[in-house]
Design a protein around this ligand. Structure first.
Ligand code: NOJ
Ligand code: CA
Length: 530
């Protein structure tokens, strides 16, 4: 850690999300791991980003690719060892990269020792009170009508074989992910020890999984309709956004501030901007992901509408917004914006646009390469959301292509073991390879490097203010404009024809302008107006 690392480095940070299973496989078993990541940290540093966020690598049966944690303070042997993690953290810091980890406080794995103890201890025991156990109805139905986010019922029998044990347990996700009972203070104390464990090691912050869902409505009443819970954590007050949850983040914020430098808390708060912003009040988390924005399609009105709501929320609660277009749960933006060459151009323009906005930006691995969503053959899908009847998220989780040549899954796997990645790599994947894009000045990868560098430069000179006001408009022809203060404008052509740019000097554009003062469809630019 250098002395220049301040407590609020994150306000305008660019943070790179690493999905370890698919980043780089150091031992050749087809699954990305900590050694692979450590060897390739210089690549991430070469992007100019400030930090990485690593999705879970803790011990887990891997039913939900690590979001079913059986030991919050360990490393799954699939990914490596704690010694390797310590080395990774040190190497990242030496390269000037902070490290954020994922913490999963809503649920654990059904293999977690405390859940195993709860099962063994039986109905009415204090061990069961760590989770949501409740007897079913007399006619053998679960305690309420809630449905799992992944599809199917949100309750499973504790001991299906036993006639005496009539309890069911609640799981908002798969049956291998029992929900913790946050109304039991022992759960809060347990998670405090988990946070301290990682913060004591020097981890720089945490991304908090399903942060808004920890508390459920008292008494766990029936939902008005069965679909209400399936439709999401987003709007269902029975399973999310209960007022009590805020006290958890006040406690975590105090804890994060006990450390020097302060640790960052960023929440997965899948609520509309006004409600989500309440989680980033001055004494709660520092950041929340922009869920209303992240999954939008290529639609200028929707961008401007949600952008304005995020700006209103910022002005009300003060925390700078974050910007993201992709993560490991969503369809890749190049596909969402129409697919093919058009979708790729739009994704590249959109990435440049969010990098021009005030507030932290999160990039998901492979987004810098313009990777599209991959259609994974049904027989090779592993996502539990798919197997429980929901959508399949595997197509955004394909191993990164490092080399153009297909050998060892385009350089993803090293070592001697047979070459079979955990998800299949499609034909033509090498066209997106890092090696190839690195040598092409016009590639998406090189554009990202230039944009991150320029952003840093403009921020350093105060031209990009950390707390700039922004106003969003849509002009004729589908020109999206985001005005930062009076003199910086981020423009993106989201219509079907070319559009006139506002007057000013173009600092960077996603593709070269074909005619001065005009923006072609699917292009974007940062403009300084004097
Ligand atoms: C959100 C995570 O991003 C996702 O991958 C996971 O399945 C759910 N939370 C449940 O932990
Ligand atoms: Ca491996």
């Amino acid at each position: 850690m250098t002395a220049t690392m301040t407590d609020t480095w994150w306000d305008s940070a660019v943070i790179y999300q690493v999905y370890p299973r698919s980043f780089a496989d150091g031992n050749g078993d087809g699954i990305g791991d900590l050694t692979g990541l450590m060897e390739r940290l210089p690549y991430i540093a070469s992007l100019g980003v400030d930090a990485i966020w690593m999705t879970p690598f803790q011990p887990s049966p891997q039913v939900d690719q690590g979001y079913d944690v059986s030991d919050y303070c360990g490393v799954d042997p699939l990914f490596g060892s704690m010694e390797e993690f310590d080395q990774l953290l040190q190497s990242a810091h030496l390269l000037g990269l902070r490290v954020l980890l994922d913490v999963v406080p809503n649920h654990c794995s059904s293999a977690h020792p405390l859940f195993r103890q709860a099962l063994a201890a039986g109905p009415g025991s204090p061990e069961r009170d760590m989770f949501h156990f409740a007897p079913g109805s007399h006619d053998g139905l679960p305690p309420n009508n809630w449905q799992s986010v992944f599809g199917g019922g949100a309750w499973s029998r504790a001991s299906p074989e036993s006639v005496d044990d009539k309890d069911w347990y609640l799981h908002l996700f798969s049956s291998a992910q029992p929900d913790w009972n946050w109304r039991n203070p022992a759960v809060g104390d347990y998670f405090e020890s988990v946070l301290r464990f990682w913060f004591d090691k020097g981890v720089d912050g945490l991304r908090i999984d399903v942060a808004h869902a920890l508390f459920k409505a008292p008494g766990l009443p029936d939902a008005p309709s069965v679909t209400a819970v399936v439709d999401g954590l987003r709007s269902n007050p029975l399973v999310s956004d209960q007022e009590d949850v805020h006290e958890v983040y006040r406690r975590w914020r105090r804890l994060a501030q006990e450390y020097t430098p302060h640790r960052l808390l960023v929440g997965e708060v899948n609520l509309d901007p006004a409600r989500a912003a309440r989680y980033t009040r001055a004494d709660e988390m520092h950041q929340a992901f922009p869920y209303a924005f992240i999954g939008l399609g290529w639609d200028a009105d929707a961008w401007a509408g949600v952008g304005s709501e995020l700006e209103d929320a910022r002005q009300t609660h003060g925390a700078p917004p974050t910007w993201a277009l992709e993560n490991h749960d969503l369809v890749r933006s190049a596909t969402r914006y129409g697919g093919g060459a058009t979708g790729s151009e739009r994704a590249r323009a959109a990435l440049l646009t969010i990098l021009g906005l005030p507030g932290a930006a999160y990039i998901y691995q492979g987004q810098e390469l313009g990777l599209p969503e991959v259609h994974v053959p049904v027989a090779e899908r592993v996502d539990p959301m798919w197997s429980r009847g929901g959508v399949c998220r595997d197509g955004a989780r394909i191993p990164l292509p490092w080399t153009q040549e297909s050998h060892r899954s385009h350089g993803f796997s090293q070592g001697q073991l047979p070459d079979s990645p955990w998800l299949p790599v499609p034909e033509g994947w090498g066209n997106y390879a890092i090696e190839r894009q690195h040598h092409d000045p016009d590639s998406s990868l090189q554009l990202l490097r230039r944009a991150v560098e320029l952003r840093r430069h403009l921020t350093g000179r105060g031209i990009f203010g950390k707390h700039d006001d922004v106003s969003w408009t849509v002009q004729a022809g589908g020109l999206l404009l985001c005005q930062r203060q009076e003199n910086i404008c981020i423009a993106m052509a989201m219509g079907t024809g070319r559009v006139r740019l506002p007057a000013g000097e173009v600092l960077i554009s996603a593709r070269p302008l074909q005619a001065a003062g005009w923006l072609e469809p699917g292009n974007s630019a940062w403009i300084v107006q004097n």
